[in-house]
Design a protein around this ligand. Structure first.
Ligand code: PMP
Length: 388
């Protein structure tokens, strides 16, 4: 409550006033970060089943009663969820938790690079362009002599060198179901499955890789809870993950695990509802974007071929989290600047190891953010069509 006992709302950047109902005409459409607020309305409809009250005395210990920092109840719920969605094999696999998949991805690189202790040369870290920038940023920032980031280097495609390949599937930024490209006896692959949920993609088969990473952020939308998990085939790699996360943070917050448990329980109790909602919302957004840009020769979007989805038992379209926009005109080699001039903020292609002729637009933000994005794009396209 504010001074005058009036509710104080946190308005979207394009709205103002006590009820956030006054539109700011020349505001900027924010299509930059991947904050998954498109799921907020789902949780508003399920506020009772997802609510949590935690007493002051509850879960004060570092560990659970079995002396681990991984809740066995949450772990078995995660296995149930994957079985329900058919998006990952968890049988005879280990599961480790992290503070978001961000912590898991970093721990994974360490856990997998340690396997090659006999070699003097650093492990090459590879990701095919366009790639999610965190892989590169973590390797470069933590600056360990164990790794070197090579990006998308074709010379490493068939190699005896120590290589870690990050495969993002569906990919951030372009939503494609990527597969590993590097082959060799000392190649380890980390499959980042953050978006492998029916909200964003058909599920052609359960993912069955040696090392798979998932996150609550893009499943329920609770990015702020910082919860992710890895599904791991090899016990030694699992043990290294445990040691790494123990040294790094002594495990994952018990409050977060409780929140994740409550949310996933609500998800499972509602059957297919969150996936229906997620798909419907993302598909509607994608269709609106495709329609908006369909009149344009200046901007193009990534293309998808529909695939059979074993979750819905039918052929389904993709409904990606991001648009990977290409500026087609010769002179528009800085697509980010082109959109910025039209009051749209996206993310530059070079952040993903790609050309600046590309820009990523986030489609997972709030409905207001998306509506404003479409308005700005409509204006841009109508100016282009009007000038032809
Ligand atoms: N992997 C991919 C491909 C992502 O897009 C993101 C978030 N944008 C992450 C991992 C990290 O997510 P979090 O740490 O919230 O789990």
């Amino acid at each position: 409550l504010g001074d005058g006992n009036e509710p104080v709302c946190e308005c979207n950047t394009c709205y103002t006033g006590p009820n956030c109902s006054e539109f700011i005409p020349h505001c900027t459409a924010n299509a930059d970060g991947g904050d998954p607020l498109f799921l907020e309305p789902f949780w508003m409809q399920h506020s009772t089943s997802s609510a949590l009250v935690v007493s002051g005395w509850h879960r004060m210990s570092y560990n659970y009663n079995d002396n681990t920092w991984i809740s066995s109840q949450l772990e078995s719920l995660i296995r149930k969820l994957h079985a329900f969605v058919s998006n990952a094999v968890t049988r005879n696999r280990y599961i480790v938790f992290g503070a978001g998949s961000t912590q898991i991805l970093n721990a994974a690189a360490y856990a997998l690079s340690l396997e090659n202790t006999s070699s003097q040369s650093p492990t090459r870290v590879i990701a095919s362009v366009p790639y999610y920038s965190l892989y590169k940023n973590q390797v470069e920032y933590f600056d360990s002599e164990k790794f070197e980031f090579e990006g998308d280097d074709h010379t490493w495609r068939n190699t005896s060198a120590n290589v870690i390949e990050f495969v993002t599937s569906p990919n951030n930024p372009d939503g494609q179901l990527n597969k590993a490209i590097v082959d060799g006896p000392n190649v380890k692959t980390i499959y980042d499955r953050a978006y492998y949920w029916p909200h964003f993609t058909p599920i052609p088969a359960p993912a069955d890789e040696d090392f798979m990473v998932f996150t609550l952020s893009k499943l329920t939308g609770h990015a702020g809870s910082r919860f992710g998990w890895a599904i791991i085939k090899d016990e030694t790699v699992f043990n290294r993950m445990i040691i790494h996360i123990q040294l790094n943070s002594l495990g994952v917050s018990k409050d977060t695990q409780l929140r994740a448990f409550k949310l996933l329980k609500a998800v499972l109790e509602e059957g297919t509802e969150i996936f229906d909602f997620g798909y419907r919302t993302m598909k509607m957004r994608w269709d609106r974007l495709v329609t908006t840009l369909s009149l344009s020769n200046r901007f193009s979007l990534q293309k998808f071929n529909p695939q059979y989805c074993i979750f819905y038992c039918k052929i389904r379209d993709f409904s990606p989290a991001y648009a990977w926009v290409k500026c087609e005109r010769e002179e528009d080699n800085d697509c980010h600047a082109v959109l910025k001039a039209a009051n749209i903020i996206g993310r530059q292609g070079n952040v993903f190891g790609s050309k600046d002729r590309y820009v990523r637009l986030s489609l997972v933000r709030s409905q207001d953010d998306f509506d404003i994005l479409i308005q700005r794009l409509q204006k841009l396209v109508s100016e282009e069509v009007g000038s032809q």
